[in-house]
Design a protein around this ligand. Structure first.
Ligand SMILES: CC(C)(COP(=O)(O)OP(=O)(O)OC[C@H]1O[C@@H](n2cnc3c(N)ncnc32)[C@H](O)[C@@H]1OP(=O)(O)O)[C@@H](O)C(=O)NCCC(=O)NCCS
Length: 172
């Protein structure tokens, strides 16, 4: 049985004078994701996927769009022409008290506050779930993401042997 689409989570927000629809992802968003990926640098895609995968295939995108809206939630920011501008994702840990986030903003739309907007909305959503912590892994060289999470109050911890920084923010 397919999960029920959580339409109560749809929001209209103003970003740089443009009305954006921030909504949970849909299975039908594969084409929109593929189109958005053409506006993302390989470096940004690699940063989002933590170096693991550098090319975006339809099968990979399907993994991001087919979610249960319970353990995993993902939001897209849709522009007035229906194009996808940014995505966030939250995957709850087994303990159900914390969750891992991920975020990407189209490369051509960065440094205009969209990352802050989307990450803040994701944190609000996580707070509403009653989670204690949201965390993520960021490549140690990814200054853009580290800078954004610093400003949003995430704290960093380092792991010897790993090329990643764990960032975490306590909620509530
Ligand atoms: C990290 C990322 C999400 C940030 O997105 P973004 O939309 O550029 O974020 P913001 O615009 O909100 O903030 C970034 C910078 O723009 C600045 N900014 C915000 N609004 C601005 C505006 N209106 N005009 C000019 N600059 C602005 C912010 O001050 C910030 O500057 P800083 O880096 O000096 O702190 C984006 O770079 C990205 O998608 N990177 C690739 C994927 C990735 O690394 N994901 C993280 C791991 S999952």
């Amino acid at each position: 049985m397919s999960p029920i689409y959580p339409s109560h989570l749809i929001r209209h927000v103003l970003w740089r004078g443009e009305q954006l629809l921030v909504r949970p992802v849909r299975v039908e968003d594969v084409a929109g994701y593929m189109a958005a990926a053409t506006h993302c640098s390989l470096e940004d895609i690699s940063a989002r996927l933590l170096r693991g995968i550098r090319a975006v295939s339809q099968q990979l995108i399907a993994r991001f769009t087919e979610i249960d809206y319970e353990q995993t939630m993902a939001f897209v920011a849709e522009g007035m022409k229906g194009d996808i501008l940014a995505c966030t994702r939250l995957v709850r840990d087994a303990c159900n008290k914390s969750a891992e986030y991920a975020i990407i903003v189209r490369t051509d739309l960065q440094r205009q506050g969209l990352g802050t907007l989307m990450q803040t909305m994701l944190l609000d959503y996580a707070t509403g779930l009653g989670l204690d912590e949201v965390w993520g892994l960021i490549d140690t060289e990814n200054r853009k993401a580290l800078g954004l999470m610093d400003r949003l109050g995430f704290t960093r911890s380092f792991h010897i042997d790993l090329p990643f920084v764990r960032v975490a923010k306590a909620l509530g």
